[in-house]
Every structure is written in C-alpha cells, then in structure tokens.
Write a protein that binds this ligand. Structure first.
Ligand code: BEZ
Length: 211
C-alpha cells in the first residue's frame, strides 16, 4: 500500500555511498529529504544531485538530512558521483542509496509501473523527526525538481508546527501568513501581537510570528 501524509515512514537498512545505513538511526532527530531519481549517468538527475549538494547549508539550517535513491548498484553510484562533482562544481555530501533489489523503492512506492517498470520516478518525501511523512511529491522523469520549492515547504511545515498559522499561495519565508481558521478573530490580538488584517472573517493575515 502506498504511503500517505501522516503515515509513519518505514525504516530500512540499505547500502549507500556512505556505507550501510539504518534509516532511523542515521536520521536521529533530524528531518529527512528522501528522494528518488530514475537512473545514474542521466542529465537531469546529475543537475538535481548537484543542486542538493550545493544547498547543504540550507538543509542544515533547517535540521534536514538529504538522502537520494535509485535502483542502480553501488559501483555505478560511486562512479557517477565523480561526474556530478566535476560537472556541477560541487561535492556530493549526502548518501545515495543503491537500491538494486528495489526493497526501499517498493516500501516507498517509488516505482510507478505504468510510467516505467524498471526505474524509480522522481519521488520526494519529507519526513519529520517523529518519522511521520509530511510531504509527498511525484515528478515525471523528464522534469527536474525545484529544490527551492522543497526548502519552501520545509519552512512552511516547521513554521506551522510551531504556530497556529498556515502559509498562503506562493508564500516565502518572511512574508505574512494566514491565521488558522480555528482561532476566533477576538483571540487574534493576544496570540499575534504584531497585528492582523481581516480581509474576510475566514481570511486573517498576520506578520510571520517567528521573524
Ligand atoms: C534524466 O535524469 O536526465 C532523465 C532520466 C530518465 C528519463 C529522462 C531523463
């Protein structure tokens, strides 16, 4: 059965470019970005893994560990990492799972047989420190992902975990947020002392509370 938001992310033990990893143990109390790509030595994947490496500081700031996956074997990953480093002007600084037996891909439903029976699609899972799945996005093989969007969703998840707010369309860190519908307007001044604007009784905006 496929995973849904709020489900517990299954644990696994897998071979990776950084040695054998027990996913839960490796994760500790961090958030995870677990993402699959169709195949090694392919152009779009090369740019995606390069970008993930370049964003290491941004992931670290948010207490997120990245881990990639494809069904290629470890020696293929190892050789390809050299190409990523060379062509993307970076150093791959996160593990890549060699899921040759498709154990993890099947656990996370990363192979969509009607798209391709042999390769993982571009799946993205954000998993929180309680090991709950908080975001699932699936892209086709032909579309490279926007990793700034992934960071944006992590910002939203971490903000909305801490405050009774939600983030509106195209929100970016630092912009106004929406007060959670469950909060009566009369209670907003006490909870959000920076002020608020009532556009409609159900649409109340307030400055981002943690900025
Ligand atoms: C790529 O990463 O470039 C790619 C992989 C599979 C199909 C199409 C593109």
């Amino acid at each position: 059965m496929s995973l849904r938001l709020g489900d517990t992310a299954p644990n696994f033990v897998a071979k990776t470019t950084e040695g054998e990893i027990d996913f839960y143990q490796w994760l500790g109390s961090s958030w995870a970005l677990l993402f699959s790509h169709p195949a090694d030595y392919t152009p779009v994947c090369t740019t995606e893994l390069g970008m993930t490496a370049k964003l290491k500081d941004e992931f670290e700031k948010r207490n997120v560990k990245a881990i990639a996956l494809s069904v290629d074997p470890l020696d293929s990953h190892m050789g390809w990492v050299n190409d990523i480093n060379e062509t993307q002007n970076t150093r791959v600084n996160f593990p890549i799972i060699a899921d040759a037996d498709k154990k993890v891909s099947e656990l996370y439903d990363m192979i969509h047989p009607n798209a391709n029976n042999n390769f993982t699609v571009r799946s993205v899972f954000i998993i929180d420190p309680n090991k709950k799945v908080r975001l699932i996005i699936t892209y086709p093989a032909s579309t490279g992902r926007n990793f700034h969007e992934i960071l944006r969703v992590i910002d939203s998840l971490q903000l909305t975990d801490g405050y009774q707010v939600a983030t509106p369309v195209n929100w970016e860190d630092g912009q106004d947020v929406v007060v959670a519908p469950a909060i009566p307007t009369s209670e907003i001044p006490a909870k959000f002392p920076k002020g608020f604007v009532e556009v409609k009784p159900y649409l109340r905006l307030t400055p981002q509370p943690n900025k």
